[in-house]
Design a protein around this ligand. Structure first.
Ligand SMILES: Nc1ncnc2c1ncn2[C@@H]1O[C@H](COP(=O)(O)OP(=O)(O)OP(=O)(O)O)[C@@H](O)[C@H]1O
Ligand SMILES: [Mg+2]
Length: 463
């Protein structure tokens, strides 16, 4: 990434002098931009139609010679859904290997945490497939604000057949009837001890219980009970292991009561993707959809994604459709630029109206550069960031980084969230702001011609 940072640092260094010119240009940045590919008003009598039926049959009447590529493109880049198809899953080999090793070799419970859209659920899908191959029983559950211990683990017990309980031989009537562990649970709410007891009776199988979106549950009691279950299972060498995943800047934010179970868990912050991994998202899509990204387009996606698989997938998705709309199956850097415009519109819709108006004013006052620097630091460091992080990521000096913090704090766009022994840490006032600000700034200031094509070729060579 060094080459890229240098490049961006250089870009930022030149920005101060161009603030006025940019202020005028940025009035346009913050307008919703949904453009390209759509005809203004629908032709009389020909309202837009779906291109494929619900059973994925192509609509022959649509008269689109790219209809089948379009259909494949939808499957190739799924920005609004996690990846469940192994062929579309890019990179992350080391991460997956480490998670599997800690489950298999150390019999640890796993906690995955990291920012929104970094790829936690996609990783969990791949882990599930690998575990299924090894004949594990895998129970996946997505937590909600009102999740309770009783409801979550009762549902998990339904997926564990009774024939794996040491008290029931496979030939007993109950086991043959297809009963499950849930049939042994009492009707009153179950406790971690009760569920743990049942788990220690399992033989001939291993079970992974995955609790995704763990951060969404609001009940302290639920989190405490899950920690207690982890302790209980670890002390008694149970054949059940938990995998928790959620959005958090650090582990303690996700799992309360961590001191009591620290030795029993393997915690991993899902990292940003490398250039090579982002490029693999691009090349997987090329292969699956039968399209080609030219080298400039690939390098541009890598630069804009800044390590985020979500941004990469979103831009590739939009750019692919833009190119097809223009009768091309080769995607050019200009298509990525159009895709960025669409993405800005989408991201803008996800932040509150007052914040939108505030940001628009700040862009007009020439704060774009400061906001982009802080946004990039925020995206790279899972939300909270310090002056040193702004300095390192944007390759600017301490004075400049401190000025960014002072300016944006005074503007009410960021606020201090904590302070460790070394430094104060700050965060944007709204979750969606860093992505929006970064892409808005990039739309105006990062251009294909300033993105070294060598990044894409170097990353491709390294893969
Ligand atoms: N390894 C990968 N290869 C290809 N695309 C990926 C990969 N990881 C994530 N993505 C893409 O990034 C986006 C976000 O992924 P995912 O939903 O897995 O993230 P998440 O961390 O679970 O997000 P959230 O915190 O919102 O639940 C999806 O569009 C997915 O298609
Ligand atoms: Mg997820």
């Amino acid at each position: 990434m060094a080459g890229w940072n240098m490049n961006l640092g250089a870009l930022f260094k030149g920005q101060g002098r161009r603030a006025d010119a940019r202020a005028a240009a940025t009035a346009a940045v913050v307008q919703p931009m949904v453009r390209g590919g759509h005809r203004g008003a629908a032709d009389k009598g020909s309202l837009p139609r779906f291109q494929a039926t619900a059973s994925d049959q192509l609509n022959n009447r649509a008269n689109d010679r790219f209809a089948s590529i379009r259909a494949k493109l939808r499957h190739a880049f799924t920005p609004s859904q996690p990846v469940a198809d192994r062929r579309m899953f890019a990179g992350r080999e080391e991460v997956l290997k480490t998670i599997i090793g800690s489950i298999e070799d150390q019999r640890l419970h796993v906690v995955l945490y990291g920012e929104r859209g970094i790829g936690k659920t996609s990783l969990l899908h791949m882990l599930t497939q690998a575990a299924h191959e090894a004949r594990y029983i895998v129970v996946y559950s997505s937590c909600g604000a009102n999740s309770t211990f009783d409801e979550t683990f009762r549902a998990a017990a339904v997926d564990i057949p009774l024939l794996f309980h040491s008290g029931f031989a496979p030939t007993t009537t109950e086991a043959e009837k297809g009963s499950s562990l849930a049939d042994l649970l009492p009707s009153e709410p179950i406790s971690p001890r009760k569920f743990g007891d049942l788990c220690t009776k399992l033989v001939g199988t291993r079970v992974l219980i995955i609790l995704d979106e763990f951060d969404r549950c609001e009940s302290g009691a639920f989190r405490r009970d899950v920690a207690e279950l982890i302790k209980n299972l670890s002390d008694r060498l149970g054949r059940v292991q938990l995998v928790l995943a959620g959005v958090a800047a650090d582990l303690t934010e996700l799992v309360e009561h961590i001191p009591s179970i620290r030795r029993n868990i393997f915690a991993l912050r899902v990292p940003k993707m490398s250039d090579t991994e982002v490029l693999q998202i691009v090349s997987n899509g090329e292969r699956e959809a039968g399209v080609t990204f030219d080298t400039h387009a690939g390098a541009y996606v890598v630069a804009l994604a800044s390590g985020s698989p979500y941004i990469a997938s979103l831009l590739c998705h939009h750019a692919g459709h833009v190119a097809l709309d223009q009768g091309r199956s080769t995607i050019l850097a200009s298509d990525i630029s159009t895709a960025v415009g669409r993405a800005v519109g989408e991201f803008q819709g996800r932040i509150g109206k007052p914040a939108q108006a505030h940001v628009r004013r700040l862009f007009e006052q020439g704060r774009g550069e400061a906001m982009a620097m802080a946004a990039r630091a925020s995206l790279t460091s899972d939300g909270a960031f310090s002056v040193s992080e702004i300095k390192a990521i944007n390759e600017v000096d301490t004075r400049k980084a401190q000025a960014v913090v002072d300016q944006l704090t005074a503007d009410g766009l960021i606020s201090q969230v904590d302070e460790d022994e070394i430094e104060r840490r700050y965060a944007f006032i709204e979750e969606g702001l860093p992505t929006y600000l970064w892409i808005s700034w990039a739309q105006q200031n990062l251009h294909p011609e300033t993105t070294p094509k060598s990044r894409a070729t170097a990353a491709a060579a390294a893969s």
